[in-house]
Structures are given as structure tokens and as C-alpha cells.
Write a protein that binds this ligand. Structure first.
Ligand code: PLP
Length: 406
């Protein structure tokens, strides 16, 4: 077999999930990626000096694992291939990836526009921590171009979006938002954790940076935390030398290896979970105890036109509301589920469901009032059950939901 890997752009996307950047180990011929656990590596004979000044750290030899590690690098190459990007930086968690972007591309005096409904951890980081550092932050409904235009300031440097948004599954139309950002000379980062590159590749729609929590569908097995930022080499190089070196939230080699193995099955996992989600969404929509189902693949999703343009599949996340008191339904789920787990997190091989109350998330995170709160309630009412669909047989999942809803 050739020791020259096929460039990712010459592979179909599903093949990239397995093979982008992968070559058999030159020493042993091993096909599976090696797990290089070593924290440090010896200097090559005759090269005892080291200066990373001005250089991209990936062009330096492996010396210390907080900067780069061979297994983490293999994951970064795979991720770049999957998103059709020049490079990627792996981080310890998804939140660390968002922090890396915010703290690399924003400084005191700058302004950030953040989606008003993005992942709670990223939203709290943006709205609670960044202002303490002198960075102004405006939460904005990114589905409304007029609102984005109004929020833009001369000091705006970054727009942070998410699509689909966790947990209400509102979508962000990336092409017009990218055009707006580009026109204003502002970077656009997109958290694509719920979509994965199987469903949407934000860079193809004009985004500058893609952020993932690798903890979710990308690893897909619920046994490793991880995150990544993916994009142009010059942007990732800045992230690597600043956040990668100084924030210290580097991914461990062990987790990189687990995530690489999870990525091998990303396409079949996502295809199966999305097909099951379609069946569950239809079943839930027909259930008398359910008042509303939100699934981007359904024709009645309020932004189904965006889903058709931007999503290859409908996704493996469903949000639904019940007619009766959600606290009672949640208690019944926790008690009666035999297959689905009533728990936080999402994107694992096993289905997970949890209720996210509007009062609760508004108090802890968004603190919306007036029209903004009404917009949230248009999607989420007094709260949604967030169902992350796994790989079980749909009949068993339906039986479980029936046990809780009937
Ligand atoms: C959309 C999204 N982005 C980011 C994160 C943060 O990921 P992590 O827990 O790996 O930091 C999550 C976690 O739930 C998420 O759902």
C-alpha cells in the first residue's frame, strides 16, 4: 500500500471519516492509528535548539504534548478532512474550543455577537466571562438579518452561531449570515456539534471556523470529552499558538484515540440515528399526549426550507412538548424507561432524554425578557424534552416512550 495518503478532497465524505490523514504506521505497518501516550519526545540528533516563534507549531517536531502529540495530530487531520478544511485544533472539551476561539480572536475593546440561543455553556462564557475582560457582547437572533445588521459595530470582530441550536433546534441560515459577516469584515464561527459534517459542513456555506464538541456525535460513544476548531490554516495556526499553548486545555492522546475510533463509524451511526429520529418524530407527532414536535427533517419544522438547503439529513435530535405537566412526565421517564436513559448530554450510541424547562434555563443562562422571551417560547413553550436518538431498534425506543407517555 502506498505511504502517501489520498488527499481528503479526492475521497467521498464517508471515506474521509475513516481515512483522512491515515497511513499505515511506517515502522510496523499497523493500520489502526497508534496511541502515542508519551508526554514528551527526544530532540532529533543534531537539533537540540527549538524556537516556535513565528512558525506554525505543526511544522515543528513533536516535543511536548500540550502543544502537539502524534495521536492528537492524527485526529486533527481527520477532522480537517471531514470538514473540507485546511487544519484543525483539538481541545479538551467543546467549551474549551469555544473559549479558544473567543480568547484568540477577541481582546479588550472588541465586540462579539453571539447567538441568543446557542449552547448554554458557550452563551454563559460569552455573556458572563468576556465582559469582565473588557469584551462587549451582544446576544442576537441570528435568524433575523436586520437584527444582526443592527448589532454590528465598528469593533465587532466575531459572530458566533450554532445550527441546529441545542436544545430548541432552531436553525441558522449560514449562507446569508456568512455574506453579512464577510461584508462587515467579521469572522463567523459556527458550532456544528448537533449537525456533524455528515449533515452540514459550515465552511461550504461561507463560515470561517467550525466548532465541535467531540464529546457528542463525533465520538459517539459517551466515553471521552473533546472539542475542536476547524478552518483555514492561518486562523487555526493563531489558535494553536495562543489557545493551544497558553490556555492549557489540550486533548489527551487517549481521548484523541477514542474519538478517532468513534469517527470511523460516524457516517453509518448518523445515518441510522437520523432514520430512527424520523420514525420517532412521526410517532411522537401522532401521540395524543404530545403537543408539539420539533425535528428539522419534518416538513412542519418552521425552517424546513433552510434544513433542505443546508442539512443532508434531518438530524438525530428531537425536541418535544407534552400536554400534561412536564415534571410528571419527566418523573415517569426516569422511573419507567428501560432503554432510553433519562440524563444530560447527547450524541451517544444510547438514546438519552431530558426535560429542559424554560424557567430553569432562562434563570440559569439566557435571562430573556419581553419579545426575546416570547420568541424562545414560540419554540420551546414552557420547556422541551430533548431526545438524543441513539442506535437502538426504533421499536424499543417507541415502546419506552409509550411507557412514559401513555
Ligand atoms: C452544541 C454544543 N456545543 C458545545 C457543547 C460543549 O461540549 P463539552 O461538554 O464537550 O464541553 C455542548 C454540550 O452539550 C453542546 O451541546
Amino acid at each position: 500500500m502506498s505511504d502517501q495518503p489520498l488527499p481528503p478532497d479526492q475521497m467521498q465524505p464517508a471515506t474521509r471519516a475513516l481515512d483522512a490523514g491515515l497511513v499505515p504506521d511506517p515502522l510496523t505497518g499497523a493500520i489502526a492509528p497508534n496511541l502515542v501516550a508519551s508526554v514528551n519526545n527526544v530532540f532529533a540528533p543534531g537539533s537540540a535548539g527549538f524556537s516556535a516563534e513565528g512558525a506554525d507549531l505543526t511544522e515543528q517536531p513533536f516535543l511536548y504534548a500540550r502543544w502537539t502529540n502524534p495521536t492528537v495530530r492524527a485526529l486533527e487531520e481527520r477532522l480537517a478532512g471531514l470538514e473540507g478544511a485546511e487544519d484543525a485544533l483539538a481541545t479538551a472539551t467543546g467549551v474549551a474550543a469555544a473559549a479558544a476561539v473567543f480568547l484568540t480572536f477577541l481582546k479588550a475593546g472588541d465586540h462579539l455577537i453571539v447567538s441568543d440561543v446557542c449552547y448554554a455553556g458557550a452563551y454563559e462564557l460569552a455573556t458572563r466571562v468576556l465582559p469582565d475582560l473588557g469584551i462587549a457582547v451582544t446576544p442576537c437572533d441570528l435568524t433575523d438579518p436586520a437584527a444582526v445588521r443592527a448589532a454590528l459595530r465598528p469593533e465587532t470582530r466575531l459572530i458566533h452561531a450554532e445550527t441546529p441550536c441545542n436544545p430548541i433546534l432552531r436553525l441558522t441560515d449560514l449562507a446569508p449570515l456568512s455574506a453579512l459577516a464577510r461584508g462587515a469584515g467579521v469572522l463567523l464561527s459556527v458550532d456544528s456539534t448537533l449537525a456533524t459534517p455528515v449533515i452540514t459542513r459550515p465552511l461550504d456555506h461561507g463560515a470561517d471556523l467550525v466548532i465541535h464538541s467531540l464529546t457528542k456525535f463525533m465520538n459517539g460513544h459517551g466515553d471521552a470529552l473533546g472539542g475542536a476548531v476547524i478552518g483555514r490554516k492561518d486562523l487555526v495556526s493563531r489558535l494553536r499558538s495562543r489557545a493551544g499553548v497558553y490556555l492549557g486545555a489540550s486533548l489527551s492522546a487517549q481521548n484523541a484515540w477514542l474519538i478517532l475510533r468513534g469517527l470511523d463509524t460516524l457516517f453509518p451511526r448518523m445515518r441510522m440515528a437520523c432514520a430512527t429520529a424520523e420514525r420517532l418524530a412521526a410517532w411522537l407527532a401522532g401521540h395524543p399526549a404530545v403537543s408539539r414536535v420539533t425535528w428539522p427533517g419534518a416538513a412542519d419544522h418552521p425552517q424546513h426550507d433552510i434544513a433542505r438547503r443546508q442539512m443532508a439529513l434531518g438530524g438525530a435530535m428531537i425536541a418535544f412538548q407534552t400536554r400534561s405537566d412536564p415534571a410528571t412526565v419527566a418523573a415517569r421517564m426516569a422511573e419507567r424507561f428501560r432503554v432510553i436513559h433519562y440524563a444530560f448530554s447527547l450524541g451517544h450510541q444510547r438514546s438519552i432524554c431530558v426535560h429542559i424547562g424554560t424557567g430553569e434555563i432562562q434563570r440559569s443562562t439566557f435571562r430573556m425578557e419581553g419579545a426575546a422571551l416570547e420568541r424562545w417560547k414560540d419554540w420551546a413553550g414552557e420547556g422541551v424534552f430533548r431526545l438524543s436518538v441513539g442506535l437502538e431498534d426504533p421499536a424499543d425506543l417507541i415502546a419506552d416512550l409509550a411507557r412514559a407517555l401513555d
